[in-house]
Design a protein around this ligand. Sequence first.
Ligand code: WT7
Length: 647
Amino acid sequence: MDHTGAVDALLQEERVFRPLPQIVIEANVNPQEYRMALEKAEQDVLSYWEDAAHELDWFKKWDAVLDDSKAPQYTWFPGAKCNIVYNALDRHIDSPNKNKLALIWEGEPGDQRKYTYYELYREVNRFANALRSLGIGRGDHVVLYMPLLPEVTIAMLAVAKIGAVHTLVYGGYSAKVLRDRLRDVGAKLLVTADGFYRNGKVINLKHIVDEALSGADAGGVESCVVVHRANVEAEMHEPRDLWYADLVRRESPESPTEVLNTDDPLFILYSSGTTGTPKGIVHSHGGYMVGVNRTLNWVFDIKPTDIFWCTADAGWITGHSYVVYGPLIAGTTTVMYEGSALYPQADRLWDVVDRYGVTILYTAPTLIRMLMRYGTQYPRQKDLSTLRLLGTVGEPCNPEAWVWLYKNIGHSECPIMDTWWQTESGMILISPLPLSLLKPGSVNRPIPGIDADVVDAQGQPVPAGKGGFLVLRQPWPGMMRGIHGAPDALREDYWERIPGGVYCAGDVARKDADGYFWIQGRADEVMNIAGHRIGTAEVESALVSHKAVTEAAVIGVPDSIKGEVAKAFVVLAEEWDADGASLDDLVRALRAHVRAELGSVAEIKTIEPRASLPRTPSGKILRRLLRAEELGEDPGDMPSLVQDDDA
Ligand code: WT7
């Protein structure tokens, strides 16, 4: 893209956009610094990341930047001692950030709570002390099943502060999923809330928790801490259940921060893969904090007066990295909103931006596409002039949604950072910076220090414009430590999938002649519904657990708002209508059954009965064939990591 005339033509056609000179000049990384960073990362990537690590506080510095002796089990900053919470809170208390707002929270009914860094620090310490008094310590596992309340931030930080490990389970998952997670991590403690507000209704969360804990297979949960939020009926089972407020009331607002090793686990977060059971992705303190801090400051260009709002739920990796840890480490003000974007009407996002003067808004394409349907009447009624940067994540952002966001929300002045990354990566890997020439629909280029490429199944780079597998050639600081309980998975599922010692992300992408990446979708049998990863196998096993279903195949099909939705093909048991139910009744019952098994995140759009399902000679379901049939495509069109011919 060096040819100015060509760029001008593309600018005219709105196929590329250029950030305003003012934004580029004032960016944390200006064009000259960017070129130098790329050069430095190319020459000596470890020294590049070492510089990034020096921006943070450590109890003891590292012996080396990277230990690759057990690759792909890489250890970043071996020998170092640290705690991410020291960087997110403790150090701010001795700085001008002490009395700055750390957190602005708004409930769906309109209630608000604000915490300065000092106030948040004291709350975290109280809860950390409470956790210790409940017998939780270093290496213990705590599950958080909570709505988006300030207490979710407080609990995450308190758990990490004492060296325990948190696992968030998104509130849209079912009791069964919660129970599976509790058991899988071996949780000693669960933190939850009585309920929460969603679309003007109160959802009782404690009911679901009671159901999860009633099973004999919920593992060894000793205590359940309940935040009082929604004033709903909550049956407190003594001595197991404790009110959060009672617990912290008498605790001291000072609490020591555990001195941890760089590779001590910080959290386990589950994400769907190709099997029926999601994988527990483990992240640790040292590398992760370096990765989220660098990316937040460079991609989102954090300035002292920013109000940063990432709309993700804390239960996803985006919430971990860019609602909680990243913004607090960077010492900015992070916004959290509990409820629905459509409540009380479809202007809530713009209303929140207006009232708090949000300067950076980071959200999901699916939300933009949903809000686009309401036209521009709502954004036009609000003052969005404080916005200076926008971001998207989680799924491909189609150019229409990009341009709509750019013009109507960003008043044609805010560059959009379409950031590509994943639960496993912990941090943004491919993204524009505020100085980049932007192409709507593209995630731009790898950030400095990241070596990404598009290759074929043999690991050979594919020519520009051709689809292939997205790989990373070098480790990066925010990368996962591994998969909980599956010591070989890191190697087998990621680093040995494609020859050449590269990390296979599981995505199909293409690179254009300018080296810009365009993400096309998943290369495995994982769906991306409204930005959430759901394995087809998970939904299939939920379907076949219903007595009317003997076989099931699930595929993702394109959807104009959610990006993708699930379609199921089922073979029914012979006596499926024995109780006189119609096919319509059954379809309804099956959808409800899957929701009960997995939660509202796994909504099936359509269910189609079939006499049989196409299978390989070895009996594997040919989902690719079903998908090709459904979409009228050639099954060979899209590169896939799934081997159909394994007979
Ligand atoms: C998968 C990871 C990253 C946090 C939220 C999702 C897809 C992610 C983009 C993007 C196109 C994207 C990929 C990736 N994805 N960001 N900007 N453009 N696709 O985390 O649940 O681990 O999902 O989401 O397919 O592999 P996740």
